[in-house]
Design a protein around this ligand. Sequence first.
Ligand SMILES: *Cc1c(COP(=O)(O)O)cnc(C)c1O
Length: 384
Amino acid sequence: MKETSIVEFVRDIYQTNDFIPLHAPTFNGNEKAYVMETLDSTFVSSVGKFVDDFEKKIEEYTGSAKAVATVNGTAALHAALYMAGVKQGDLVITQALTFVATCNALHHMGAEPIFVDVSPVSLGLCPKAVDEYLNEYAEQTEAGCVHKTTGQRIQAVVPMHTFGHPVELDELLAVCLKWNITLVEDAAESLGSFYKGRHTGTIGDFGAVSFNGNKVITTGGGGMVLCKTLELGQRTKHITTTAKVPHPYEFFHDEAGFNYRMPNLNAALGCAQMEVLENYLEKKRRLADAYKAFFEKSEFKFVVEPEYAQSNYWLNAIICPDKQSREGMLSVTNAAGVMTRPIWQLMHRLPMFKNAMRGDLSYSEFIEAHLINIPSTPVSFVSK
Ligand SMILES: *Cc1c(COP(=O)(O)O)cnc(C)c1O
């Protein structure tokens, strides 16, 4: 397959000769009206009805017992890890194949990552690999699950639903229960993705969603913590809003909280974007189907959702047969104004995580060397 035929195919879908980004936001609904409403009301900051509305909309859509809006997805993850009891010196099992925010959040809790391989089924954390790692290196003690070599507590497992494709959650949850470790889902990329009918981010004790500008829907910047129970949700709300004990005028804070509350201005955008989410998801599914058909007979393997899941197809991806074809594809498409991008470099290659403990990462390394993302903005088109 010629790289130029891909450029043609993508241009035909998006019907433009301009630059085609990987994922751009669109505002064709009530965004302007709701944002103007916050300006007129002067409630642009941390108090206002859109924050509550947005949280309710997310709860209804995801089935989460309580959703807590935050300033961004990294903050949501940070708060979720705090709530999961991750402490200074703890270990957190996660994937090396992720965006840096996953690791930054646990790093800022004073914890260290343990990198475990991803599964070919989901491109997310592999339950079997986690169990194998724990069998070799962990032991159960009164203090919880502990690393045999260092004595550090292994407090959380954080899978990431790569590009929106849900990880094998039943199996992962079983491993977490067996080892007495808390499951926290990095669902930053997977709003609109369901695992066996349940929304991602609601199976673990906590899930973190992102509404950054490049995600499925956006609030400019923003995030959401999905909490398993109302009680956990109320505590999460408390610690993300400076841990102030409610009182008409006294300032009393009962712990060192975060100021992570999403401003009303951003939540207004979120409410409008939630109204179009279903429409975006339909368009993204049709786009993914078109790509799948296009790459069917080529040497490039289009990444599809696992059979147990319904993915939001946040970022479409292809796996190139070798490094050379990957380079060819990246240079030809980008030179032609069709944006494509290699997947993130593995986390242990970054200076701050280079000494992190890790298991075998062969499949992560394979994906790192072969995968590229292709344009994924929701678009109306007539497939031929
Ligand atoms: C986008 C993203 C985040 C964090 O989101 P921000 O809102 O940009 O802070 C976290 N993890 C993953 C995997 C992401 O893709």
